[in-house]
Design a protein around this ligand. Structure first.
Ligand code: ZN
Length: 419
């Protein structure tokens, strides 16, 4: 039916942008003072506003408002043409689907023609890291001698893969994940504009599920709005499979209690109830990170509700720091291994089991050698501070963490070592 909310409410002026203040401020100053670069590199996670900002920049450099600091005004002929997607001097190329040399050659052939309608031709190359090597070389030649009327905005979610020769020609801007507060208040704004009603808890849940991506958050809101104008927490939980958040916490509890069976159970329940394995892995990493920061006394770095904070603090008290960091690495790895796997829960299960093993065997899945070797070295106390902290919280559980990490019956490979 209607246009997707994300497109419909895409910010049309700098004032409408949520977050990314550091980027906004620098671009505004550049526009107001007329100091415009020929190439920009926008890097950051997906859905954080890189393409939106690139289009705003295309508007701002071409806007005809005599007050430089009011650009883009979104009212002049150029601004409206860009907003309507009919400005020929704005060329957008998605390098994820047009990776090759032909597209870049075509761009180079045309770039020397002066713009038709506006001051600058603006080229936005999205996911620029996907270009092939010959395409990068061709692009580099263009960036080395850009015609005065050309501006490039290269956007990427993976700046490490952009050649240094390209990066060094660009003014870099890092986009960060949006905070829970930034996403929730934007969602509330859209709800009001669209004449919907939504419980605050539902919007917080959507914001949390989106893990910093405004695009994901607005798409989730869109899905829910399609099912009815009254967005309750209950509906949001059902629709978003946010049961999965409960299972995320169960996985962390299992890590804290060295309970392999409980962890496997939680993973399988989450997947069976329809959670996306990759998203589930990300949520686990997200929560593990929060717990780690709390453990390190840096809990203020994260947005949490009071209820979550006390839950995470309890998990932080139970989890040793080395297990925590190992679990973060392993589940993060699982999240990237999950592309098109035929058995979606397997990488998660492996991450769980490996996280529960003792540090020295962490990299060995078939743990025939394990733990026992480890036992006669009581002198090894790598984290005395953490242990002290722990013993005050969970004194009775302490001996378990010194024993072999896994109950023999919970993992077959370990069981073999005891037979
Ligand atoms: Zn304008």
């Amino acid at each position: 039916m209607a246009q997707a909310l994300y497109r419909k409410w895409r910010p049309q002026t700098f004032d409408e942008v949520s977050g990314q203040e550091h980027v906004l401020q620098t671009l505004r100053n550049a526009i107001a003072s007329g100091r415009i670069a020929h190439a920009y590199l926008f890097s950051g996670p997906r859905g954080t506003g890189k393409t939106t900002m690139a289009r705003l920049l295309a508007k701002a450099v071409n806007c005809t408002n005599p007050d430089l600091s009011a650009r883009p005004d979104n009212t002049c002929a150029i601004c409206t043409a860009i907003a309507d997607g009919r400005m020929l001097d704005l060329v957008e190329l998605d390098a994820a689907s047009n990776r090759g040399i032909d597209e870049i050659r075509d761009l180079r052939d045309k770039i020397n023609f002066a713009p038709g309608q506006s001051r600058y031709k603006v080229y936005i190359i999205d996911e620029v890291h996907m270009l092939t090597e010959p395409a990068f070389n061709a692009l580099l030649k263009t960036l080395e001698e850009p015609p005065p009327h050309a501006i490039f905005v290269l956007a990427t979610t993976d700046p490490q893969k952009v050649p240094a020769t390209i990066v060094s020609r660009c003014q870099p801007f890092g986009f960060r994940r949006l905070t829970l507060g930034e996403i929730s208040s934007r969602l509330q704004h859209l709800v009001d504009e669209e004449g919907l009603t939504a419980e605050a808890g539902a919007l917080t849940l959507i914001a949390r599920q989106a893990t910093g991506s405004m695009r994901d958050a607005v798409s989730l809101l869109d899905q829910l709005a399609a099912g009815g104008a009254d967005i309750t927490l209950d509906r949001a939980q059902t629709a978003l499979g946010a049961g999965s958040l409960r299972w995320v916490s169960d996985v962390l509890d299992a890590l804290g209690h060295v309970d392999a069976a409980g962890g496997l159970n939680a993973i399988n329940h989450a997947i069976d109830s329809g959670a996306d394995a990759r998203q589930f892995a990300r949520q686990i990493v997200e929560q593990l990170r929060a717990v780690m920061l709390i453990k390190l006394g840096e809990g203020r770095l994260i947005d949490l509700s009071n209820e979550q904070r006390s839950q995470f603090e309890a998990q932080a008290a139970r989890l040793e720091l080395d297990r925590l960091t190992r679990a973060i690495k392993l589940f993060n790895q699982a999240a990237s291994d999950l592309r098109g796997g035929w058995q979606p829960q397997l990488p998660l299960e492996l991450a769980l089991i490996e996280s529960l093993q003792q540090p020295t065997v962490a990299t060995v899945v078939t743990a025939a050698v394990p733990v026992v070797r480890h036992a006669p070295q009581p002198a090894a106390k790598p984290h005395p501070v953490v242990e002290q902290h722990q013993s005050s919280m969970t004194a009775p559980v302490q001996p378990v963490t010194q024993a072999p990490a896994l109950p023999a019956e919970s993992v077959h490979t370990v069981g073999a070592a005891f037979s």
